[in-house]
Design a protein around this ligand. Structure first.
Ligand SMILES: [Zn+2]
Length: 269
């Protein structure tokens, strides 16, 4: 794993003992870039809790179908349940993954409340879910094969955890690009390791065009500033149509973001 910067203190709480490396894009999503010695055990526990919600939950089957490397190969699902609708009745099937419809669900949020200026209380508003088909069979094929009329789709909603995962990618990428001392305020920090549920204030989506196809071998990250607030744009799996935005924090005096991203803006699977 390429270490893009050695930090030497926890990027969340500044502890200096027993530090671990911190992935920018999670390893479970194929992320390669690592901040060296950047997270203490207590903070790592907190961040892996919400990442686990997303990565072991809704994305587990998709990760398996895509063949993304895992440290826990034995946990990889080999079968998937499907519910078809046949003669107006539900028909339950238990299929090997390679014969099942596998969805990669990506949540579409409202714009970050901080950027849109809308009223905001807590949590994060989901506008919709973009479902990308990543299995070896399409929903139409499965439906036809079983003489059914439809396929029931069930996607669990771990929106806050998904939003926190986006914020963690954005924050670690900002630290990698600008250094830990670049931000005088880290807006997302309380939502990452505190008990504050204000993730929708800082994280959201920007829908930039018609639904695009998935490019499975890359994630794209970029930074910009608005009034010295650092905004990170994140396109997971190269989805050109769905970009996440995270208002990471406010630049300290004299600090800037680099004109050229120091990391390759893609992380291959
Ligand atoms: Zn810490």
């Amino acid at each position: 794993m390429p270490v893009v910067a050695q930090i030497g203190q926890c990027i969340y709480c500044h502890a200096t003992n027993d530090l671990r490396d911190e992935h920018i894009v999670p390893f479970a999503l194929g992320g390669q870039w690592v901040l060296g010695k950047a997270s203490c055990p207590a903070c790592a526990d907190k961040t892996s809790a919400f990442e686990g919600d997303v990565l072991r939950g809704e994305l587990l089957m998709a990760r398996s179908a895509l063949g993304i490397k895992t440290r826990h190969a034995k946990d990889r699902p080999t079968r998937k349940k499907a519910v078809l609708i046949r003669d107006s009745q539900p028909l339950e099937l238990d299929l090997p993954v390679n014969q099942a419809v596998v969805e990669l669900p990506l949540m579409e949020f409202e714009m970050p409340a901080y950027l849109s200026g809308r009223r905001y209380a807590s949590g994060i508003s989901v506008k919709g879910i973009r479902v990308y088909n990543v299995g070896q069979i399409t929903p139409e094929e499965l439906v036809r094969e079983h003489g059914a009329s439809g396929l029931q789709l069930t996607i669990s909603n771990k929106a806050v955890s998904f939003g926190r995962m986006i914020a963690k990618i954005a924050y670690t990428y900002t630290v990698a690009s600008c250094g830990l001392d670049a931000l005088e305020v880290v807006y997302v920090l309380p939502a990452l390791v505190g008990d504050v549920d204000d993730i929708g204030m800082w994280v959201g989506s920007e829908v930039s065009g018609p639904r695009g196809s998935l490019r499975l071998n890359q994630h794209r990250l970029a930074l910009k500033t608005i009034n010295r607030d650092v905004i990170c744009g994140i396109q997971l799996f190269g989805t050109s149509s769905l970009k996440y935005l995270c208002v990471v924090g406010h630049l300290a005096p004299g600090k800037t973001i680099p004109a050229e991203a120091p990391l390759a803006m893609r992380s291959s699977l």
